[in-house]
Design a protein around this ligand. Structure first.
Ligand code: ADP
Ligand code: ZN
Length: 522
């Protein structure tokens, strides 16, 4: 670049521009490789240090690095951050007025920029392609590279055209970067971007300081309140719709929590205010949709709660990964409910892009498997990203408090026969009300207080039965019929259990938060 002497080394830039003494794992190899004009794919978790992998080559190599980034707000932040270090950077997108856009294009052609951030649709435009031909391009960096693959959890049509870069600029290095990619997505990124003999660097995806917990969702609001009360510091609570975000936020706010809501339905000013309040610890909790988080650089988030199950392990990993970036103890809590899962599957099946539905269903199945795992959660997560680990982590709910298995045959028979007596027309809560013999008008009106199963489960709580029913669903003895108001139906497998021909092992329900946290850490 113009301001820097030629042949400056990556190590010098690291020190003089960014003020760091040493590269992190992977950065050095990738950066040298790209500086020498080669392609690379970098898979590093959020906070792993991906940006330097293209920012340093941008400064070492002649010309301007073109960085493709999907989010306008992210571009602005990144440009401001590097500008503060004295790097000549700009971004181009449709929010800028045309005169300014033209000015930036001129700067690009005249070689006055080290870094130029652009949206994928901008890169595709004919006019911009022509501008690029007049400029000296140091490299192309494709941020969030998983968006190029339809195997990824966040496929974007605009990213598809990025496959043309290599054809149009065969001699310019291309580096793809992502924090989430399963094996199928990884090889697809290489193929789609047509990377040439790339160095693939894959960092460890383990976040050992994050404790993973999954809890059977039952009276979610009370569970959230009791959880949040036990926490210190900042947290994010993810819900899967704007309406739920607003609702949960209003309830928490009324209870006196310092919280704010965040979703794409709020205008830009409001969202920015929430971000700033959260960053500066003016509020403790953000209740949000997935719109919150990308690019939020808050290192001391102590917990992330999923009020609703995410659609893929990748999303779950990315969202939980916002906790504990400072390396201190943090927690990820998922409230899982079989009914939610059934609903998600229905939404996916009704998706408009039917060719994607099967992929999404597979991805969701993996998320369900994680939620229902009876083995170390971290192992399940890491295995999903093909980082097989054969030792249990010691820092997840399963490791810390292994499920106790009991002979659940009688418990199962109680539930199954109650479902049967209710003609397989009743949903979970109704079945529980009958089992527990509740004095409810609707039961009496339907004559269900006279069933032989009325009250046979008095000795256990609602949440206990809820959990048992979920286990029976996981075991395939009951299914939730979402086309009939979530009525519980028996499957073929239920028959031998009802007849007492086979025994059923169940885990003792895990419903409460044990205040074991401090003790276990000590
Ligand atoms: P990612 O893009 O992978 O989420 P970033 O590139 O934003 O991660 O880096 C995360 C943080 O780590 C940033 O604050 C960055 O300045 C810092 N960082 C990156 N590389 C190094 C390094 N070699 N030494 C010290 N800090 C680093
Ligand atoms: Zn574990």
């Amino acid at each position: 670049d113009t301001a820097l002497p030629a042949a400056i080394s990556p190590e010098t830039v690291l020190k003089n521009v960014f003020g760091y003494d040493a590269f992190r794992d992977g950065q050095k190899d990738v950066i040298h490789h790209v500086c020498n004009g080669n392609d690379a794919l970098v898979l590093l978790p959020t906070g792993g240090g991906k940006s330097l992998c293209y920012q340093i080559p941008a400064l070492v190599r002649q010309g301007t690095a073109i960085v493709v980034s999907p989010l306008i707000s992210l571009m602005q932040d990144q440009v401001e951050q590097v500008k503060a270090l004295g790097v000549k950077a700009a971004y181009l997108n449709s929010t800028l007025d045309p005169a300014l856009q033209a000015q930036i294009a001129d700067q690009l052609i005249q070689g006055k920029l080290d870094l130029l951030y652009v949206s994928p649709e901008r890169l595709r435009q004919y006019g911009f392609q022509q501008t690029l031909k007049l400029a000296t391009v140091a490299l192309f960096a494709i941020d969030e590279a998983h968006c190029v693959s339809h195997w990824g959890h966040d496929f974007r049509q605009d990213y598809r055209a990025l496959g043309q870069i290599k054809a149009n600029f065969p001699d310019i290095p291309v580096v793809g970067l992502t924090a989430t990619a399963d094996i199928a997505t990884q090889s697809d990124i290489l193929a789609q971007l047509q990377l040439n003999n790339p160095l693939v660097y894959k960092g460890s995806f383990d976040r050992p300081n994050i404790r993973y917990r999954v809890l059977s969702k039952y009276k979610a609001f009370e569970q959230v309140v009791s959880y949040v009360k036990q926490q210190e510091g900042s947290g994010i609570i993810y819900c899967n719709s704007r309406a739920k975000v607003d609702d949960l936020h209003a309830k928490l706010f009324r209870q006196g929590f310092r919280c704010a809501a965040y979703h794409a339905g709020l205008d830009a000013d409001e969202r920015e205010l929430v971000q700033r309040q959260f960053l500066t610890d003016k509020i403790d909790i953000v209740v949000a949709t997935v719109a919150f988080g990308m690019g939020i650089n808050k290192s001391n988030v102590r917990y992330v709660v999923h009020h609703d199950v995410p659609r893929s392990v990748e999303s779950y990993y990315q969202e939980t990964g916002r906790a504990g970036r400072d390396g201190l103890d943090a927690e990820a809590l998922l409230l899982f409910d079989e009914k939610d899962a059934a609903r998600v599957k229905q939404w996916i099946s009704q998706g408009e892009q039917s060719e994607r539905n099967d992929i999404e269903l597979q991805k969701f199945a993996a998320m369900e498997a994680f939620s229902e795992a009876q083995t170390c959660r971290r192992q399940v997560l890491l295995n999903y990203f093909s980082q097989f680990s054969d030792s249990a982590c010691g820092n997840c709910d399963i490791c810390l408090d292994p499920p106790t298995m009991i002979d659940g045959t009688v418990l199962s028979q109680k539930v199954l026969s109650c479902v049967l007596r209710l003609s397989q027309q009743a949903a979970t809560q109704y079945v529980i009300d009958v089992l527990r013999g509740k004095q409810l008008r609707r039961l009496q009106e339907a004559g269900h207080h006279q069933l032989s199963t009325y009250g046979i489960g008095k000795d256990k709580s609602d949440s206990y039965w809820h959990n048992i029913i979920n286990q029976l669903i996981h075991k395939g003895l009951i299914r939730v019929d979402i086309t009939a108001n979530a009525a519980l139906r028996l499957t073929e497998a239920a028959r031998p259990v009802l007849k007492g021909e086979v025994a059923i092992q169940l885990a003792v329900p895990r419903l409460e938060f044990k205040p074991d946290k401090k003790a276990k850490q000590a």
